[in-house]
Structures are given as structure tokens and as C-alpha cells.
Design a binder for this molecule. Sequence first.
Ligand SMILES: Cc1cc2nc3c(=O)[nH]c(=O)nc-3n(C[C@H](O)[C@H](O)[C@H](O)COP(=O)(O)OP(=O)(O)OC[C@H]3O[C@@H](n4cnc5c(N)ncnc54)[C@H](O)[C@@H]3O)c2cc1C
Length: 693
Amino acid sequence: MAATSVAALAAPRLGSPAPAPRKVSARASSAHSDNVHGTVVRSGTRHARSPWNPTGARLRLRASLSRLVQTPGAIANPEPEGPKAGTEDDAPVVFTFPSRDEDEDLGASQTESSADAPRDSGIVTFEVEPSAFHSMDDEFDAIASKVAADDKKKAEADAARPNPSPPSRTVIVGGGPTGLATAIALARRGWENVEVWERLRRPARPDDTAVWGDPDRSYNVGVSGRGQIALEKLGACERVLRYCKRVNGRMDWSPQSPDGVMRLSDKKYATQVIQRDRLVAVLLEEIEEKYSAQINVFHSTACSKCEWLPGGGATLTREPAFVGANGDDGLIDSPSSSATAEEQKEDAPFVRVVEPFVPFVVGAEGATRTNAVLDAMDGDGGVAVTRYKDTNPRVYKTIPINLPSEKFRSDLNYSARTKEGVALECLPTKEGMLVGILLVKPGDAKTCAILESKNKLRKYFDEQFPMFAPYVEDDDLARMAKRRLSALPTFSHAGEKSVHRVDFDFDKNKNKNKTSDALELGGACLLGDSIHTVKPYFGLGVNSAFEDVCVLDACLDEVAARAKSAGEGDSASPSASSWTSALPLFSARRAADAKALVDISRGFDGGFLTFVLPLILDGIFHKALPGLFMPNTIQMLQKEDWTFSRVARRKRTERVAQVAILSTLLAAVAWLVGKAAKAALGAIARAIATGAA
Ligand SMILES: Cc1cc2nc3c(=O)[nH]c(=O)nc-3n(C[C@H](O)[C@H](O)[C@H](O)COP(=O)(O)OP(=O)(O)OC[C@H]3O[C@@H](n4cnc5c(N)ncnc54)[C@H](O)[C@@H]3O)c2cc1C
């Protein structure tokens, strides 16, 4: 019987196994317990026959197998039994798992009967009746049909949605999370000729664990409830979650709490952590599997120029982009290139292409300096980008940390802060390691110099971050020293009123040079970090970006539905049924929200007065009068059903009420103190007078 390798399982000890088992051995550490069920599935013959994507159903299978293992009849009787009669296929199957300490070398136990293993050997054994496996096959089939039925239902629902007549071509500039999510939203509407231009090279496949276990590939982002709801609407949530690590709280060390404080969260949606570039890779996979006929993604392709056409739409220029390892011509690290940008340029032909007419341009270029669409929109057609001076800048370097699962929970974010204000923020990856981000003030020359030297870094970690130091490798410190410092983004937003442009206006007949019959409508809009750049402290960047995409999608639904109820068909040309009508609606729905998000985040990027004091006040008032005062702003920002403008409005009102209540209290106290003082003075005066008499 061939032994099958099974990833580890955090499992209850069940005692001695049944004799004469078919044996399936397992090795790996409990830190990887997430994978166990998927690996079991891979090893099954049924899996090979299954017509559906096995990774696609892994999450569901995990639940199925958990049920299976917990089914009393499917698990070995804790007491040893005699051998069961029957063929080998009928024999019970035993999974033998190492204890945490013994996960490295299972050679001997793989060939011995697990019945020989003493009760306290650390070997954990399950016996699963063969019938359970057969029923699991049935479950696989049931799941496969359900997946197919779900997909069909979703496709039918998409087809039934109201849809404005689409543009003949859409170019999305920027293939980050926002650009790819936008492409998916448009393709789900049935739009064709959707292109994504991305200056970086294509990232590795999301299941390439060798690559994504390497923290040099990307920083981690947390996908919160907001992001998960938006991804669900786009049909991509399950695929994204497959590559995420769920976190259930955090552990923080600070000069005030040197032993660390753990806080577990009871949020409705647990935060799911994934590398930013891996998130991109997952969305690419979603596109390639479901929408490849409608969406083309061009990597290493930069939009270098965007010029608006008087009749609507734009002329776009694209050219090859050469981004070397460590992003040596840009701000974002390139995950897949080991050559420098100069070396790449020498090897590749340079062809600049001008696309004379692109009706719909989407700017999803993020917060980089390389943007073309945002630059062309800024100060033109109502968009007015505000870039704030960074009064509290931070630069950072990443470092991998391998915390042992015996000592540390693997489902937490970890952070530590030094007396000097240097912070180490660590988020876990699916593969188990933490990606730490060491954040320093750029003006802190002493620490910045330490970050350049491997030896100094070792000493620095030993002294300042003793809780992590034993789990940081020298090689990683050497790489960290060589890596250049990256800057956290600075705050900016694209204006309170407009994040779009539509040049052609049939009603006002602005286009003198073309007849309306010959003209295709044109327009552009901005989404994601391009309209709201915030620092990552509250984990809202990518989550609000996914919400932007859903808002645009809903606006397209709305204009189509409105036009339909007003009796206009898709064929009506100069009409509100055009997709361009959704763009002003998108601005109306999202521009103020984008600004509110930036304003709130910026307000918190300060010291005691703007950050700590409001949190303290909110805490006191919410506790005293929960019916009147909501939790603090940071918690409110995580409320999935609240827009950022609504949070801002509510908090402004509460702040006024807080000031009024505090002023009244102070006035009352002052009055009482005054009265008491007056009474005391009167008494003293009377006493003196009596004494004198
Ligand atoms: C250290 C760090 C931690 C973070 N943590 C979190 C978190 O926990 N939660 C959270 O929600 N957010 C977090 N964020 C923010 C999050 O990464 C961004 O909000 C998110 O990536 C925005 O997505 P985007 O697609 O709008 O922009 P980007 O991710 O910046 O993508 C834009 C893409 O456009 C490409 N591009 C730009 N210009 C051009 C051009 N002219 N032609 C072609 N391509 C172009 C760029 O190469 C880039 O790939 C974090 C950010 C940082 C830096």
C-alpha cells in the first residue's frame, strides 16, 4: 500500500488504533493545519476523476471532511479491536499523524503497524471506515454539482441584470487589485474588448507556494469585511480566500506593555491576509479561467500618455515597461524580475504604440508617480487632485519571521514598538511565516543607518525586538540590509465632486465636428488608490478600492434600469441608457466618500490631540451612553454597511455633542465650585466676625 503524504492536522488524540489497517502517514507541522483536507483530497482516486477544479472546491471539502472525521461511526473506537474481516478495500484506513515534536522523521512509524505505537508515543491515529471514504466520494460529486449549479445560477443572474449598451473598447490602466477587479465587474456584465495595461511583469501563479512563502515578493494586505463583501459581489471571494490566512486578533508589545497584550476580535468577518501581489495573481487566475474571451491583460506595458479627444474618449500611448528587481524604476517591488530595468531594456525591443481612439478609459494606477490617466484628468473636467504634505512620514523594509507554532498562535497579527517609536508590524501568510514591516521615520538617521547593515540589524533586533529576534534568520537580515527603503504612501484624493469625465454631451450638442450618428460616446473614470490614497494603518486601501468597483457596477445597473423603466431601449443612441451616464452617478456616489476616507485617516495620522484623545473620548461616551454615541471612529470605519461620508458626518455630530456635554459639565462644576467657594468664604468671614466680636 503506497503511503500518502498528508499535511498536518491539529487533532484530538484518540488513543490506540485498530489493527491491520491500511495506513496513510502524515507529516508536517501543525502550523499548516489548513491544508490537511485539501491534501487528502489530492491523494484520493476520486479527485483524479472529478470533472471540476479540485482547488476550487477545497474550502468546501475542508468542511465536508471535518464533518466526516467528527462523525462517531467514522472514527476509530478508542479501544483496540481485533482485525476486521473483508478485503483490503474494506479495511479501515488509518491516518497517522505526528505530534508537534515528532513531525520531522516518521520513517519508522510509516512501516510499523500503528497499533504498535504506545499510547503516549506522540503518534495520533485516526481510523476511518472505508464506507466513510465512499460517502466522501458521494460528497465530492454532490459538491461538484453544487458548484456547477451555483456558477450557472450566477451566470444567469448576471445575464438578467440591466445593462447599458457597452463601449466598443475599454482600457483599464493599472493591473493592480482595483484594475483587475474592474475588469472582472465589466466582463460579468458581458462587456467585451476589455484590456488591462500593467507596467509590472506578471506575478507567479497564486498556488506557487515556493514563491509566495518568500516575503520579498510583496507586503501583506488584510482583506476585511468590506473587501470580502465586495469580492463576493464580483464572484471572486472564494478564490481569494483560498490563498489568505485568516487572523482572529493581534498581539502587541510596547514600552507600556513589555510582556505583550493579546486581543482577540469577534468581528463578523475575520480579516483575511494575503500578499498584495498574490491577490493580483488570484484575480488574474479568475480572469483567465472565467473571462479570458473578454479580458486581455498586458503586462510590462505602461501607459505613457493619455490625451482626451474633443468628441469623447482618449488617445492612449503605450510602451514596454522595464521594472527591475526591487522596483528599481518605480515604487512597487516587482515580484518576478531578477534583472535590472537597464538589463531588460537591452534585451527587449522598444515599441511605442499610439491607440488613436479608446472610448472608455479607467484609471486604476494606484498611488504611484507613473500614472498617466490621473495626470491627464487632474485639473481638467472637474477632477482636482489634492496631494497632502506628509507631516508624519514613514519608510519601511520587510523581514520574514518564522514564529514557532508551539509558542505563538499562527492566527494573529503581531506588532512591537520601541521607545523611539520604531514599529514592527507583522502579518501572517498562508504558508505560515510572518511578513514583518519595520516602519521608521525617515528623519531617524540613526535607525535608518542600522537598517543598511546586516550586523547592526542583528544587534538591533536582539535589543529592541527580543520577542522576534530568535526567529529572524541571518540571511534574511542580510537581504533586508541590501533592500532599499520604501515609503508609505502619502494622503491624496481626487476631489470631492468628480472622479470622472464625459466629454461628449448630446443634450448640449457640444461636438461640432462630428454627427451624433457617427460618434461613439467616450468617457473616463478613476478608482482605487488613484482617488483615495491613505496610509495602511486602518487596512482600508484595497478594501475601499474593491468597494469603488462595486459602486461603479451598481451605477451601471442603475442607469440601465432607469432607462428601461423610462422606455428607452439599448438601441437609443443619444440617451441616458448609455454607459457614460453611469460615470457622473459614480462621481456623485463615490467622490465625497473617497475624500471622507482620506480626511478621516489623515485626521488620525497625528499625535495625542488628533488620534489618542478622540479615541479616549469616544470610548468614554460610548460606554456611558451607548444609545447616543457610537464606538470609536476606527471601529466605525470597519462597519461594512456604513459609507465613509456617513461615518464622518456621524462623528462630527457626536464631537459637537461631546463638546457640548463636556462644556455643560465643566460649567456646572465651575458653578458648583464657585458656589462652594462662596459659601466657604462666607463661613470663614462669619467665623472671623464672630471671633472678633
Ligand atoms: C505596506 C503596505 C501595507 C498595506 N496594507 C493594507 C491592508 O492591510 N489593507 C488594505 O486594504 N490596504 C493595504 N494597503 C494598501 C493597498 O496596497 C492599496 O490600497 C491597493 O494596492 C490599491 O490597489 P490599486 O490597484 O488601486 O493600486 P496599486 O496596488 O498601486 O496598483 C496600481 C497598479 O497600476 C500600475 N500602474 C501605475 N501606473 C501605470 C501606468 N501608467 N501604466 C500601466 N500600469 C500602471 C502599477 O504598476 C500598479 O501595479 C497597504 C499598502 C502598503 C504600501
